[in-house]
Write a new protein. Structure first.
Length: 650
């Protein structure tokens, strides 16, 4: 799958609201309610942005957005909830409602304010846009917290391509002049009254009494010129935006925007669909300012930046930038109770042995940081971090692990992450009748009851592959089918046999739940072997970076281009939301928490002496170096009712 490159950043979907207003000043009544959870009454009390010039053109609108992704696969798809098998599957995106304000300041710069109005009571199931409020002034986006305070180090810069924002008309395509449109002998996308909303591949028709429908088709080459020849079928992207207007007095007001993106992958056809229902609440038009902007857009001579006019006014600022600044925001400071550094500590020969077993697509080095913390905190003997062939069946991995488990000392505690937890349990069950060999098991984010994701790894590989948000992620090779997946499937013979075994050794399960927004990017980034501890790629930084890209497209698409040109950025937002929804739908459907890879119910260790849950934790691939996991692990190792391992410094 291929994300839309920056070179095609034209604008986003909830945001297809740029166009030429005709009329004077209107406050529109709320007799056209949105379909969705939006708080319509709040708009009446909405405070306009103080920097917007009330004498220039501006508007206030509410937009309700919902979407879905449908997969038609050559491989059978198992519904993760019902278990039904078919070749087609639809995942719904989390809906969002936004209040959108657009206008110009006294220098003519475009100001845009996006406020999300739907509630987010559960941080694990937060709706699509996790940013509650964002505001742009031409090329600069600032984000705000829940108290409407600007968030430090959260400013995003975007580049104007093909002209500064001040040359554009913010209301192109939002409101059409009914008299001018109805006077046309034939509806044509080239006609002046429709040109602001229609592009070179557009068609216009009357879809019903008092309704006009403008359809813009965007061919694959508009997303990445020349990419089709280089990337073959992966580049087969076709997008379409259908905008519906309804007559309202002397205007045609935008009511609905439906964008579809069709992609053909190696083994599946994917259709992403997003519908925005728009309600215009308030608008004001300045014909003189609009006329000046149209002249600039048509290339007529204009005054230079900040050149005084005869009346002493100042012309709009030019906002074109030479380069975009897309650097990561500074990483958040570490928590105050950061564990001690992973330095070697003296071996205690009378102590317990600790064996750390890795999981999917990793090796013993994934435990290096946690190993150091345990070694320096507890009086332990040998620490073993074997690297096994993780693609083979779990019994085969257990047999490979046997020589690594010491037959001497004060017993061994097996700590297994992900699939390694099942390997550890299988090993402990095999050695249960060997006194002193295995003292117990700690599983971390392990599919103890099977993993929903194992049902459809082949489909996910077809649809997502190893390209996420335009970045190649070799870590996602784990989506390829391997024998181990058969053992990890819920109700597989291995899972049933393992959970039916009468385990008498000490048993602890540690589970992690994380916010679902951008979980796929966080998992893929954390799994990168090149991500050194000091590198600026911690999970919070990754989440910020992806959110910045999302916000950049949303703001970029609204105003800096005419509506038909906004479709590629709209498609970028749609694809990002689609990836999020697909990943969550196949790993943990709506209402089911997860660590971004293994669903919460699947992580629970049956009949464990302790099951510890970490809320708002790190992603599945980041938990082996997580301070939150370290806190729970040391509690378990020190617990006198569990392992009772003495500490070095009581």
């Amino acid at each position: 799958m291929r994300s839309i490159p920056h070179g095609s950043r034209l604008p986003t979907l909830v945001l297809l609201l740029a166009g030429t207003l005709a009329g004077a000043c209107d406050d529109l009544p709320n007799d056209n309610p949105l379909i969705g959870p939006g708080n319509a009454g709040a708009s009446a009390n909405y405070q306009p942005d103080p920097e917007i010039n009330p004498a220039d053109t501006y508007y206030l609108a509410e937009v309700y957005q919902e979407g879905s992704t449908t997969i038609e696969s050559q491989t059978p798809i198992t519904d993760p909830v019902t278990g039904a098998v078919s070749y087609e599957f639809t995942v719904r995106h989390e809906p969002e409602t936004q209040r959108v304000e657009g206008g110009y300041d006294y220098y003519g710069r475009i100001i845009q304010v996006l406020d999300q109005t739907d509630a987010t009571p559960d941080p694990l199931l937060a709706p699509v846009n996790s940013t509650r409020r964002s505001r742009s002034v031409d090329d600069q986006i600032t984000r705000y917290d829940e108290n409407r305070q600007a968030v430090p180090d959260e400013t995003v810069y975007i580049t104007a391509v093909g002209g500064g924002a001040s040359h554009e008309q913010i209301t192109d395509g939002l409101v059409l002049d009914a008299a001018a449109v109805d006077a046309l002998p034939q509806l044509s996308p080239a006609a002046e009254p429709l040109s602001g909303a229609a592009g070179p591949h557009a068609s216009v028709r009357r879809s019903g009494p008092g309704e006009i429908q403008i359809t813009n088709d965007i061919p694959p080459e508009s997303f990445a010129p020349g990419a089709a020849a280089a990337e073959g079928e992966a580049a087969r992207v076709q997008a379409r935006a259908v905008r519906t207007y309804a007559a309202r007095g002397q205007k045609y007001l935008l009511q609905r925007v439906e964008v579809t993106v069709d992609r053909q992958t190696a083994g599946a056809r994917v259709r992403e669909r997003q519908v925005s229902r728009v309600r215009l609440l308030r608008y004001h038009q300045s014909p003189q300012h609009d006329r000046e902007r149209r002249e600039r857009r048509r290339g007529r001579p204009v005054r230079t930046q900040m050149e005084p006019q005869a009346d002493g006014c100042i012309t709009p600022l030019s906002t074109g930038l030479g380069t975009a600044s897309c650097e990561l925001s500074p990483e958040e400071p570490p928590p105050p109770d950061e564990p001690p550094p992973a330095d070697p500590c003296p071996q205690v020969y009378s102590g317990v042995n600790v064996l750390f077993q890795h999981g999917f697509l990793s090796g013993g080095s994934t435990w290096e940081r946690m190993d150091g913390w345990v070694r320096c905190e507890f009086q332990t003997n040998l620490h073993i971090r074997p690297s096994l062939n993780w693609i083979v069946s779990i019994p085969a991995q257990r047999d490979e692990l046997r020589p690594y488990v010491p037959t001497y000392g004060n017993g061994t505690v097996l700590v297994g992450h992900s699939n390694g937890g099942l390997v550890a349990r299988s090993m402990a069950q095999w050695a249960q009748d060997m006194p002193g060999r295995v003292r117990g098991v700690v599983t971390l984010d392990s599919p103890n009851r099977g993993a929903i994701v194992a049902l459809n790894v082949q489909v996910l590989e077809q649809v997502i592959g190893t390209t996420v948000f335009g970045i190649q992620w070799p870590a996602l090779d784990l989506l390829a089918w391997h024998p181990v997946w058969e053992d990890d499937t819920p109700f597989s013979p291995f899972i049933i046999r393992t959970n039916s075994f009468d385990e008498t050794f000490t048993r602890v399960g540690i589970q992690t739940h994380m916010p679902k927004r951008w979980s796929l990017a966080r998992i893929a980034w954390s799994a990168r072997s090149s991500c050194a501890p000091e590198a600026p790629c911690g999970e919070r930084a990754v989440k910020r970076r992806v959110q910045e890209e999302y916000d950049r497209h949303r703001h970029y698409s609204r105003f800096w281009y005419r509506p038909w040109q906004s479709i590629p950025s709209t498609a970028a937002v749609l694809t990002m939301n689609s990836l999020d929804a697909l990943w969550n739908g196949f790993t943990a459907p709506i209402g089911i928490p997860s660590d971004g890879f293994i669903d919460g119910p699947g992580q629970v260790y049956p009949r464990a002496l302790r099951n510890r849950l970490i809320l708002n934790g790190d992603s599945h691939t980041g938990t082996t170096r997580s301070p939150l996991v370290w806190f729970e692990l040391q509690r378990s190792l020190a617990d006198v009712d569990l392992f009772a391992i003495p500490k070095r410094h009581p």
